[in-house]
Design a protein around this ligand. Structure first.
Ligand code: PLP
Length: 235
């Protein structure tokens, strides 16, 4: 428990320093705790320390933890790829979907949310890998198609477009990629003023993301530890 408390304090301090260094208001960046591979007990322990928002990259794990911890009233986000047939499970939890990367998924999510009479919050995931690094592995829509996908989300009354999400490319400095993402976010925001969120930055590069304007950082390892040591094993 005290390890987790120390880790949370350290991550919060990093975010604060990065906000200050970027001349941004304190508290303008939210911390999303990525609990993938870690047991629900660790999520509960972090929640007891005041952390309210958590993310998973697999639907099955998301559903299991959200149901086990339903009494804690946490906010859950999906940050991994979503297959259309799993949309009902995610919508049913009231989770935020940060990994929307194709029109067919937009239509499926909208249909499911509409039938459930809920509004699902959505981020468009951008692939910052560049043409040669672009693979289906991490998901995300190519930068040149972000605006049209954002328009498709915004056209659905059962979806609320919250902003953009991305992972830095595997190779090279994250800063320029995050700046490119921020530029795309500004373009989307010009047409959709409610799309205020920019979800970027992980344990290794949250400072660069905050400098580029991230409003949400997604941190796993720096909070919970090395995933290779998690009991569930495998990312
Ligand atoms: C695992 C994951 C994170 C957290 O990564 P860390 O390096 O452990 O902080 C953030 N975003 C996504 C999409 C992830 O899959």
């Amino acid at each position: 428990m005290s390890d987790l408390a120390d880790a949370l304090a350290a991550v919060r301090a990093r975010i604060e320093r990065a906000e200050r260094a970027a001349g941004r208001d304190p508290g303008s960046v939210r911390l999303l705790a990525v609990s993938k591979t870690w047991p629900a007990a660790d999520v509960a322990a972090l929640a007891a320390l005041g952390q309210r928002e958590f993310a998973e990259n697999k639907v099955k794990e998301l559903v299991a933890k959200a149901e086990e911890l339903a009494h804690l009233d946490l906010r859950w986000h999906l940050v991994g790829q979503l297959q259309r047939n799993k949309a009902p499970a995610v919508v049913g939890l009231g989770a935020v979907v940060q990994s929307v990367d194709r029109v067919s998924l937009v239509e499926r999510l909208a249909g499911v949310a509409e039938r459930a009479d809920v509004v699902t919050e959505v981020y468009v995931q951008v692939d910052l890998g560049g043409p040669e690094g672009r693979t289906a592995a991490r998901g995300g829509v190519a930068p040149e198609h972000v605006v049209e996908l954002a328009d498709a989300v915004a056209a659905q009354p059962a979806l609320q477009l919250r902003g953009l999400m991305a992972v830095a490319p595997r190779e090279g400095a994250p800063g320029p990629a995050f700046e490119q993402l921020a530029g795309l976010a500004a373009r989307v925001r010009a047409d959709h003023p409610g799309a205020v969120e920019l979800s970027a930055g992980m344990s290794a590069d949250l400072e660069e993301a905050v400098a580029a304007g991230a409003t949400v950082v997604r941190v796993g390892t720096a909070l919970f530890g090395d995933r290779a040591l998690a009991s569930g094993a495998g990312p």
